[in-house]
Design a protein around this ligand. Structure first.
Ligand SMILES: [Zn+2]
Length: 280
């Protein structure tokens, strides 16, 4: 089912539907000419009806979510969900797109992040992707602890770009009970090299150990060389037995990239190796 309406009109319409779990739902919510304000009305919660458990059961049962925020061809802000993480971007079970909220993107993204745990059953969600363009500055506007607190079954977490990744990693470091079963952290970065130091950076707080994460993958658009993770602020807060690097293009997180790779590229170059870094 496709719905394309002004954001204020969608909730009422969806309230009267009843769709089977197997239905695919694609919602486009336009904000032009609307009186909508994210801070007051919410973002996805202003679109999805309160009775969504019965009207749109596929939303709450999602095991994978992908949030995309940036001035991209795909639109300004979107959320996709489903049970198969590998098809989230190409064939999601459902999606909500706000194509024209670009002027309100910082506020909308902050609000949207804090709504995620209310949209899906925390016991269902195992895969979460947050791709937030570097120009969307979320320094103090996101309470990452609040975003992640109830998502206790997430095993795979993907976050970018740099400022969002740093905020999320700082929350994982300071509150080590967040995402307790996290196995894989993938950092979708476009500008990690800028603050790489020659030697390892000490932990920000010597009374708090680095957050141990089984596997950390760095996704970069620039494949000149692998960053020395231990010399970065993000690297000072986490500990992994090996950092893996993958080269790909994310149209939200890698907006500064000048190099265009083939789609689906996972080219892995040798580059210059630093101790403790494994290129694979
Ligand atoms: Zn990304």
């Amino acid at each position: 089912m496709d719905v394309n309406e002004t954001i204020e009109d969608i909730k009422f319409f969806l309230h009267h539907l009843s769709l089977p779990e197997t239905a695919q739902v694609f919602i486009v919510a336009r904000v032009a000419d609307a009186m909508w304000e994210a801070a007051n009305a919410g973002v996805f919660l202003s679109i999805l009806p309160d009775n969504r458990q019965s009207t749109l059961p596929m939303v709450g049962q999602s095991s994978a979510l992908r949030l995309f925020a940036g001035h991209t061809e795909e639109g300004a802000l979107s959320l996709m969900g489903g049970s198969d993480a590998s098809t989230l971007s190409s064939d999601p079970a459902w999606s909500i797109l706000l194509p024209d909220c670009g002027d309100l993107l910082e506020e909308s993204t902050s609000v949207a992040l804090e709504e995620l745990s209310q949209l899906v059953a925390p016991s269902s969600l195992t895969h979460l992707e947050l791709h937030i363009a570097p120009r969307i500055l979320l320094f103090d506007s996101v309470d990452w602890q609040a975003v992640l607190r109830s998502l206790h079954c997430v095993r795979i977490m993907v976050v970018g770009s740099r400022w969002a990744a740093e905020g999320l990693v700082r929350a994982l470091y300071q509150h080590q009970d967040l995402l307790p079963v996290l196995e894989l952290l993938e950092l979708c970065l476009g500008e990690l090299l800028a603050e790489t130091h020659a030697g390892p950076l000490p932990v920000p707080n010597e009374t708090i150990p680095r957050r141990r994460i089984e596997k950390v993958v760095i996704v970069q658009a620039d494949q000149k060389e692998a960053p020395y993770m231990e010399g970065t602020i993000i690297g000072s807060m986490i500990e992994a037995s090996a950092y893996k690097f993958r080269h790909s293009i994310c149209s939200a997180c890698h907006v500064a990239a000048t190099r265009v790779l083939e789609p689906e590229s996972s080219d892995e170059s040798a580059g210059s190796m630093s101790p403790g870094i494994i290129l694979c």
